[in-house]
Design a protein around this ligand. Structure first.
Ligand SMILES: Nc1ncnc2c1ncn2[C@@H]1O[C@H](COP(=O)(O)OP(=O)(O)OP(=O)(O)O)[C@@H](O)[C@H]1O
Ligand SMILES: [Mg+2]
Length: 290
């Protein structure tokens, strides 16, 4: 199978959608896939994020780690404008300001198509075929009535099949989503973001519900899309092993603050123990981290 050709057509090279959709100045600013400046998020009295700033360049693959409740999902959701941050914080996607002054801006729609969001629970419609689920990614471009009737434009159908092939599940296209394994569903969810035209994928614990073999496949799929097609990937992970194996950069959160942002090699054992607490010694055998 001519996978490189498929990838070229399914995926978006840097000159692709930006060139087509963006203005010149957007393209310049789009060196950064994501930028968050001084963002905090307060729920009632609890601070889920506390003055967090970060930049993710296009083409990076970044792991977001930290103990339960440290703010990983909240941070990821703010980057997709699924959560509005407190006043004072600014969030940009590909140079487009999507959050400022405590509000989600009107330009968020432009930015949303560029960002695919993957959830732990796959979020496919169970009774629909994998193919139909993936076609949903193209709905933004298809007039409503055609989508309802399943009259998908040929070009989009082809794009969907290519995307499914790209993530290795084309043979399951006709199967109902709820009869697929978790790993197959998750790869289908990734294919949907490709059909949507996403340049970046934000994945919130995409492998937490999967067995180790399926988890590795999903991580490898994300890493491959990052390496070969230049997709930006930010992925929250519970298992530090996956961060070490698949990501060069890691951002660690603890109690809503960034306590480490740098190369995976700099993630020392004492730092991990500090982040996760002494139990970390039990879950991470000696030798895994420096
Ligand atoms: N909608 C909400 N309402 C109130 N509190 C919330 C809400 N969402 C998150 N929080 C709180 O914000 C903090 C951070 O939550 P978040 O889900 O971002 O953590 P996490 O690092 O993703 O945790 P986990 O590893 O368990 O998924 C937690 O204390 C959580 O209880
Ligand atoms: Mg979470």
């Amino acid at each position: 199978m001519a996978s490189a050709g498929l990838a070229d057509r399914v995926r978006i090279d840097p000159a692709g959608p930006l060139g087509a959709r963006g203005t010149g100045s957007d393209s310049m600013a789009a060196e950064l896939a994501f930028s968050a400046r001084n963002i905090s998020k307060t729920y009632a009295k609890r601070r889920a994020l506390d003055d967090v700033s970060l930049e993710v360049r296009r083409g990076e693959m970044v792991a977001l780690i930290g103990p339960s409740g440290s703010g990983k999902s909240t941070l990821l959701r703010t980057l997709a404008a699924l959560v509005a941050v407190d006043k004072g914080g600014v969030v940009e996607t590909a140079g487009i300001t999507i959050q400022a002054e405590g509000r989600i801006t009107h330009r968020v729609r432009e930015a949303r198509a560029r960002t695919g969001f993957i959830f732990q629970q796959f979020n496919l419609v169970g009774r629909l075929s994998l193919f139909s689920n993936v076609m949903v990614g193209a709905l933004a471009r298809i007039p409503g009535w055609r989508g309802v009737l399943g009259l998908w434009p040929r070009q989009d159908q082809q794009r969907a099949m290519e995307a499914l092939a790209r993530v290795g599940v084309a043979e399951y296209a006709g199967q109902r989503a709820n009869t697929l394994s978790g790993g197959q569903q998750q790869r289908g969810a990734i294919a949907r973001t490709l059909v949507q035209g996403a340049e970046s994928i934000l994945a919130d614990e995409p492998v937490a519900s999967l067995d180790p073999v399926s988890a590795r496949r999903v991580m490898a799929t994300l890493a491959d899309l990052n390496a070969r097609d230049g997709l930006t990937v930010v992925v929250t992970l519970h298992q530090v092993e996956y961060a070490i194996r698949y990501c060069r950069r890691v951002i660690a959160l603890k109690a809503g603050r960034i306590v480490y942002d740098g190369p995976i090699d700099g993630l020392s054992r004492p730092l991990l123990v500090d982040i996760y607490g002494p139990e970390f010694e039990d879950i991470m055998p000696e030798g895994h981290a420096a």
